[in-house]
Design a protein around this ligand. Structure first.
Ligand code: PLP
Ligand code: TYF
Length: 394
């Protein structure tokens, strides 16, 4: 039986992690996988998470199953965090999922059940797991232009031109904030333009929001998602708690389905619970409980928000240092976009050859498409990276 299996394509980001670990140079710099790191290269457990875990440990009286949708307190808290009242609560169905990835997978399965012929439109480029899951599920997809490598900015004209081809009932996947892998984001007026176009085309938006709080702040990073959610009858939203709560391995995420009315919400809720049952029965609870404990306790929430803000401002500062150093070394403003990008990532916009040169000659590990994890830098490595980028002739 197993002899009929064939080799599957590897995840390039995860393969890069392994290559970094195997590199013996102590000057090596890891700008690969999207995990936040502090100035010493550690990925700490956040203070509020530690305290929430302590409380859960002391107070939890059972580990019996939750419901198929997970703990309702988690759904309520996350709907509030992401949507902040933009849509009436009785229009939102939600299930806890194993990470943001689980939410994306469930969303795509829901789309497949409801509209098997729909095409899912993806930004070019996007997070590689989007096309990979779509292909695995045998669904149709197309891509829309998103990034202009020459300017480091969103190719808004190209994006609207390509989305002009969207058919009624198609699904358009948008990154709610902090676009992965480019770091380039739509302005609010541009979001309004995309919303108008999608309404015109009778398409359904599907938002992937995995970095709320990493860009311009918790509220600002949710603003586009809220505007989209309040502009359509139906919207799917996959949210991850991996990054903003630093609970990557707990596998904590949520899928929300905004419905036209309460009756449609009930139908969506029943289908989401059904999908959870087909795939894993009950979603993981520990991370979800950490999140709801933090979000519903004023003191813990304030401490979490403060630490998240430190993380966000630290990354912004590194962006600025890198852009300044490259401005000095190149005597030009052509790297200024690095300071304008938001979130963990920036796409440098150089060739795979140059990326390989940076790895081989300097021990600098970025993803092959020239995506850099800004959090992998510190004040000492910024000048090293900037010098290497110039030396490689980027
Ligand atoms: N969506 C995007 C764009 C991501 O970068 C990630 C990765 O962290 C996820 C979703 C989901 O992450 P996780 O499944 O770890 O919550
Ligand atoms: O893009 C990243 O680096 C993060 C982490 O299969 C990640 O989103 C990478 C690959 C993967 C799952 C998560």
């Amino acid at each position: 039986m197993l002899e009929h299996l064939k080799e599957q394509p590897k995840d390039k980001i995860l393969a890069l992690m392994a290559a970094y670990r195997a590199d013996a140079r102590d000057t090596k710099i890891d700008l690969g996988v999207g995990v936040y790191k502090d100035a010493s290269g550690n990925t700490p457990v956040m203070r509020a998470v530690k305290e929430a875990e302590r409380r859960i440990n002391a107070e939890q009286t059972t580990k019996a199953y939750t419901g198929l949708a997970g703990d309702p307190a988690f759904s309520d808290a996350m709907i509030d965090l992401v949507l902040d009242g933009a849509v009436a609560r009785d229009r939102v169905a939600a299930v806890a999922t194993p990470g943001g990835t689980g939410a994306i997978r469930q969303a795509l399965e829901l789309i497949k059940m409801a509209a098997p012929g729909a095409t899912v439109w993806l930004s070019d480029p996007t997070w590689p797991n989007h096309p990979s899951i779509i292909k695995y599920l045998g669904m149709k997809s197309k891509s829309y232009r998103y990034f202009d490598s020459d300017t480091g900015q969103v190719d808004y004209v190209g994006m609207l031109t390509d989305l002009g081809q969207v058919l009624p009932g198609d699904v358009v996947l948008l990154h709610g904030c902090c676009h992965n892998p480019t770091g380039a984001n739509l302005t609010m007026p541009q979001w309004k333009g995309v919303i108008d176009l999608l309404k015109d085309k009778a398409a359904m938006p599907f938002i992937d929001i995995a970095y709320q709080g990493f860009g311009d702040g918790l509220a600002q990073d949710g603003a586009a998602t809220r505007l989209v959610a309040s502009s359509f009858d139906n919207v799917l939203i996959a949210a991850s708690c991996s990054k903003n709560f630093g609970i990557y391995r707990e596998r904590t995420g949520i899928l929300m389905a905004v419905a036209k009315d309460e009756a449609q919400r009930d139908l969506a809720q029943q289908n989401l619970a059904y999908l959870n049952r087909q795939n894993f029965s009950f979603p993981p609870d520990h991370g979800a409980r950490i999140v709801s404990t933090i979000l519903t306790d004023a003191e813990l929430r304030a401490d979490w928000e403060a630490e998240l803000e430190e993380v966000r401002l630290g990354m912004l500062d590194l962006r600025k240092q890198l852009a300044d150093e490259l401005r000095r070394l190149s005597n030009s403003d052509r790297f200024d976009f690095l300071a304008e990008h938001r979130g963990m990532f920036s796409r440098l916009g150089t060739s795979p050859d140059k990326v390989e040169m940076l790895r081989a000659d300097h021990g600098i590990y970025m993803v092959g498409d020239s995506r850099m994890n800004i959090a992998g830098l510190n004040a000492d490595t910024v000048p090293v990276l900037a010098r290497a980028i110039i030396d490689a002739g980027v």
